[in-house]
Design a protein around this ligand. Structure first.
Ligand SMILES: Cc1cc2nc3c(=O)[nH]c(=O)nc-3n(C[C@H](O)[C@H](O)[C@H](O)COP(=O)(O)OP(=O)(O)OC[C@H]3O[C@@H](n4cnc5c(N)ncnc54)[C@H](O)[C@@H]3O)c2cc1C
Length: 454
């Protein structure tokens, strides 16, 4: 007798929590669990700026899925198309082979990719802060700009190499600019030939405030901290064009630089577009119980789905945050199990617990359960939250040890060189062009139906 097949696509916050919870709720003989994921770890994205600045080693934020999950079969690869009619997902495995995975229940959690807005040059010259490779690449790249400046006697080249632009005044961009500015400020002191005044960081956002979700007072506090440190913050401004050695802003300024870090929002994974289902601003429309209307047995959640935010009401949808993705994972697991048992499904409901923003050192701003905190108390809450949300003891210990080392010994200025030969464009890092057209998906699932199995 065959057991129902539950297929989870994506091993991030939402997918990992769904799998973990399903392993707890369902008995081993009740369902076969499979997880399609390009990497064997859950990436703890909120700490990527710490990796980019070298405070945390990349491994600290890569939480092992094989340690966390005991009976979920991991399929190493990426889903490149979904055929709901055939109840099948086309998967490109990491060795390049294509296979078809059938499901009775499908949980879609492929997350999001960096949003680019079709600005000329951004695709070729910007790098995001969404993957571990990007964070590690940025660290090596920033330190290599200091090394290359030190190697040059041309002041114009030094100025260009020591100017850095971060686009996006949300928590990702603000933390990235804050941490990397601290890194270069500390590092430049160890380069006797370099003029520290040449090091310039720019944080650019089209919005009039930093992190509007934090409220006016905390947003202004974060802005004040960055300005006092020497970060040039430009609000109400965006990028008009990017080139290899210049970023042109919409106010006409041309910033000579070789570093453009793009964190101006996210868009749902391109996998969602292969479904031919209703979307809301690119995210898959789901009911409050996380099921996808019109698609039998399909659930979607996390950044890829437009989950109704019942705590806010009206037509609000949940913001793309780890806080929601994790909790939606728990709700999805309960509802998949309920569907399997023929029980009623329940609606996802979560009141936002607030935001923590770590600006480095003892400076932070956070708003847990509506209480506005700054300075050391905010930092304790921020780091305590992250330690609690990291799901394995080794990941917590690695992170805590790295933070302690940084607090005691300061920054280390090493570039490992491992990333030197890697591509540095958004498309290459986030593989946004890997997905199949409906015709190709049908040709794969049709071929499979005619005999091939996996
Ligand atoms: C720098 C940064 C800082 C952040 N800070 C915070 C914060 O402080 N607080 C907060 O709440 N949120 C924060 N976020 C947002 C948060 O990380 C996301 O909302 C959260 O990761 C969404 O969870 P998810 O499971 O939907 O997607 P993810 O966690 O991104 O997981 C998606 C998974 O799917 C995999 N995948 C992608 N495509 C495919 C495919 N085709 N097939 C199979 N697998 C696929 C990916 O490899 C990944 O493992 C931050 C994000 C960034 C980038």
């Amino acid at each position: 007798m065959t057991v129902p097949r539950i297929l989870i696509v994506g091993g991030g916050f939402a997918g990992m929590e769904t799998a973990r919870k399903l392993e707890r709720i369902l008995k081993p003989d009740e369902a076969a669990l499979k997880l399609v994921t390009p990497y064997d770890h859950q990436l703890y994205l909120p700490l990527l700026p710490h990796v980019a600045s070298g405070i945390l080693t990349p491994q600290s934020v890569a939480v092992s899925l094989r340690r966390l999950l005991r009976r979920t079969v991991i399929v190493p690869g990426g889903a490149v198309g979904v055929d709901p009619a055939a109840k099948a997902v086309v998967v490109r495995k990491i060795n390049g082979e294509t296979t078809v995975q059938h499901y009775d229940y499908l949980v879609l959690t492929p997350g999001s990719v960096t949003r680019q807005f079709n600005i000329p040059g951004v695709d070729e010259h910007a790098v995001g802060m969404k993957t571990l490779a990007e964070a590690a690449w940025v660290r090596d790249h920033v330190i290599s700009q200091l090394d290359l400046s030190a190697a040059s006697s041309d002041r114009a080249e030094q100025e260009t190499r020591l100017q850095f632009v971060v686009v996006g005044g949300g928590y990702a961009g603000t933390e990235t600019a804050a941490y990397l500015h601290q890194l270069t400020s500390a590092a430049v002191k160890r380069y006797p030939g370099l003029d520290p005044d040449l090091v310039k960081w720019h944080l650019v956002d089209i919005a009039p405030r930093l992190m509007p979700e934090l409220g006016e007072r905390l947003g202004a506090k974060a802005l004040d901290i960055l300005k006092r440190r020497g970060v040039n913050v430009s609000l109400g401004v965006s990028v008009a064009e990017a080139a290899a050695d210049t970023v042109t802003l919409t106010d006409g300024r041309k910033l000579p630089c070789h570093t453009l870090i793009w964190t101006a929002g996210v868009a749902a994974s391109p996998l969602i577009a292969t479904l031919d289902a209703e979307t809301n601003r690119g995210r898959l429309v789901v009911r409050p119980d996380l099921t996808v209307p019109g698609l039998d047995g399909v659930f979607a959640l996390g950044d890829a789905a437009a989950v109704p935010d019942l705590a806010k009401g009206d037509d609000a949808i949940c913001p793309p945050t780890a806080q929601h993705a994790m909790r939606q994972g728990w709700a999805a697991a309960k509802n998949v199990a309920a569907a399997l048992h023929g029980a009623p499904l329940t609606a996802y409901h979560h009141r936002d617990l607030g935001l923590v923003v770590d600006l480095g050192g003892i400076q932070a701003v956070s708003k847990p359960v509506g209480i506005e905190l700054t300075g050391l108390p905010a930092q304790v809450v921020a780091r305590g939250y992250h330690l609690g949300a990291l799901r394995t003891v080794p990941a917590r210990l690695r992170t805590l040890t790295n933070w302690t080392l940084n607090a005691v010994a300061g920054y280390d200025f090493v570039r490992t060189g491992f990333q030197a030969g890697r591509p540095a464009t958004l498309k290459d890092f986030e593989r946004t062009d890997a997905y199949l057209s409906p015709d190709l998906i049908a040709s794969h699932t049709g071929a499979e139906a005619r005999g091939r199995t996996d």
